[in-house]
Design a protein around this ligand. Structure first.
Ligand SMILES: CC(C)(COP(=O)(O)OP(=O)(O)OC[C@H]1O[C@@H](n2cnc3c(N)ncnc32)[C@H](O)[C@@H]1OP(=O)(O)O)[C@@H](O)C(=O)NCCC(=O)NCCS
Length: 164
């Protein structure tokens, strides 16, 4: 049974700059996994449908409202996955973590990412989060500038890595 389009009173709509079609943000479901994988792969994420199926399913199991998809004209335009956790890396305050995001390269610069982030932040706030954090890969052009535009500042915590 195809459950789309779904009426979602919590959906957020915003004008897409320069586009007639509004952006609609809603919680995603299993039927959206292919679209998420397609956008993620075209955004430089892992080219592995199984990876995205695992990740999205895991988020849906833990907190379905932390997995969002944006649509423009009924077409998937972007996604954002996050969750509120306490105690990660010794951070005691309830924190919303943005873990995955991607906007269709053809639909960037039209506030799709901003609307996704605002919707996820609202969900984090409703879940008691007092801050939102993410890790930015500095080799991915534009992501740091995107978060800076949304009011995020670099944190003093730095990731360290060692190959095994
Ligand atoms: C970062 C990303 C989400 C931005 O999405 P977007 O829909 O184009 O962003 P928006 O149009 O909502 O822009 C919001 C703000 O960020 C700024 N911004 C977005 N991309 C930017 C860029 N490349 N350079 C500078 N600023 C940028 C915009 O100017 C805007 O600022 P303003 O609101 O003050 O005018 C998108 O480029 C993307 O998906 N990048 C790849 C992410 C990735 O690597 N994912 C891997 C798979 S997890």
């Amino acid at each position: 049974m195809d459950r789309r389009p779904r009426v979602d009173p919590g959906a957020i709509r915003g004008a897409a700059n320069g586009v007639d079609e509004p952006v609609r943000v809603r919680p995603l479901d299993e039927l959206d996994i292919t679209a998420v994988a397609d956008i993620a792969e075209r955004s430089g994420g892992p080219r592995d449908a199984g990876f995205w199926e695992d990740r999205v399913t895991s988020f849906l199991r833990r907190d379905p409202e932390g997995a969002l998809i944006a649509e423009v004209g009924g077409r998937a335009a972007g996604f954002m996955l996050g969750e509120v956790r306490r105690g990660e890396f010794g951070i005691a305050e309830p924190t919303g973590w943005i873990e995955f995001l991607g906007v269709d390269p053809e639909l960037r610069g039209r506030a799709v990412g901003r609307l996704l982030a605002e919707a996820l932040e609202a969900h984090f706030r409703a879940r008691g989060a007092v801050a939102v954090r993410t890790l930015v890969d500095e080799t991915m052009p534009g992501v740091a500038a995107f978060f800076a535009s949304l009011g995020y500042a670099p944190a003093p915590m730095r990731p360290f890595v060692k190959s095994l």
